[in-house]
Design a binder for this molecule. Structure first.
Ligand SMILES: NC(=O)c1ccc[n+]([C@@H]2O[C@H](COP(=O)([O-])OP(=O)(O)OC[C@H]3O[C@@H](n4cnc5c(N)ncnc54)[C@H](OP(=O)(O)O)[C@@H]3O)[C@@H](O)[C@H]2O)c1
Length: 303
């Protein structure tokens, strides 16, 4: 692929897009980031790293079309309903709008970042079923496309309220039950690799994960990283009775659908070393983890 080929990354001020844009940049590729506010701290950080900015909004079709001009490869990601910013229908609208625009503007290859629970039948959870719908739409278009399905992000464990300052950690899995997770850095690296090799990856759907982790694994790794005992338990029955969203996620984990279907050794061989939980805690997750140990009520600055 020519050195001058340019890639367009959506959500570049967020976790996934930020990691993909930076991984492409590390490959010395030209990167254009689709941003809402060029004056935001995160947009300015991208610009300072040599990433050009295309200003637009995912609700504005014309701005998406404009941003596609001269682009060879697109990374598509949308926010989803649990974040509260969009409805499931809006997520679908945005995902389809990007794909349709890529086709119309002559983009060669589209990478759609879906989710681990997508494409395996109806889940009854809007933000998973929305991704299955976008996947089907993308596959129905006459454009080269690759679908990546990331597992739960390791970074998500450091969302507020998991109990670390009190010496405990609560999450989805039972102590002996495993769930696949991915470090956002790995997600960025792998999607970048896919973007620069469209002939190799187009048509494939790739489940992404860095590690398979049980509750007991979390207890061991968190205890070692904190230097004090961190007891693991699954979300309490009381919490699950009150919170149907978390309850449904736990049920999907129990049925295996959310456990993750990535072939981690194969990914490791193909894309290079993947980040283990311990490596993540000692590296990209270290400062987030240390902050959450002291105060896990604040919104963490995930990138
Ligand atoms: N968390 C997990 O474990 C996990 C696992 C698998 C899949 N997922 C999926 O990942 C997706 C979220 O990815 P993420 O965590 O990277 O998102 P994120 O960090 O929340 O970032 C969202 C990005 O989208 C941009 N954005 C939002 N609305 C926009 C609009 N109307 N126009 C233009 N840009 C807009 C934001 O820009 P601003 O800076 O302007 O706000 C930001 O760059 C969701 O669909 C979720 O279901 C999550």
């Amino acid at each position: 692929m020519a050195q001058s080929a340019e890639f367009l990354v959506f959500g570049a001020t967020g976790q996934q897009g930020g990691a993909v844009a930076r991984a492409l940049k590390a490959k010395r590729k030209k990167v254009r980031a689709f941003v809402r506010d060029p004056e935001s701290v995160k947009s300015k950080a991208l610009a300072a790293e040599g990433i050009s900015l295309a200003i637009g909004d995912l609700f504005d079709h014309a701005s998406i079309n404009q941003a596609m001009a001269g682009i060879v490869g697109v990374f598509s990601v949308q926010t989803s309903s649990p974040a509260g910013e969009v409805t499931d229908a809006q997520e679908v609208w945005q995902g389809k709008a990007i794909a349709e625009s890529a086709l119309r503007q002559g983009v060669r290859h589209l990478v759609y970042s879906s989710g681990g629970a997508a494409g395996k039948g109806t889940t009854g959870m809007g933000h998973f079923d929305s991704k299955s719908e976008i996947e089907a739409y993308v596959r129905g278009l006459p454009i080269m496309s690759t679908i990546t399905r990331p597992a739960s992000f390791m970074e998500m464990m450091l969302l507020p309220g998991m109990g670390l300052p009190q010496g405990e950690f609560t999450f989805f899995m039972r102590p002996e039950q495993s769930m696949q997770m991915i470090a956002v850095n790995d997600l960025g690296r792998i999607n970048a690799e896919i973007l620069v090799a469209p002939d190799h990856y187009a048509g494939k759907t790739i489940e992404l994960a860095s590690a398979s982790v049980t509750g007991k694994d979390l207890e061991r790794a968190f205890t070692a990283a904190a230097g004090r005992m961190i007891t693991y338990r699954r979300f309490s029955d009381d919490l699950l009775a009150q919170n149907s969203f978390l309850n449904h996620l736990c049920e999907l984990l129990d049925t295996g659908l959310l456990a993750g279907a990535a072939d981690i050794p194969a990914l490791d061989r193909e894309f290079g070393h993947l980040t283990s939980l311990e490596e993540w805690l000692g590296g990209p997750g270290k400062s987030l983890f240390e902050a959450a140990l002291v105060d896990d009520t604040a919104e963490v600055a995930l990138r």
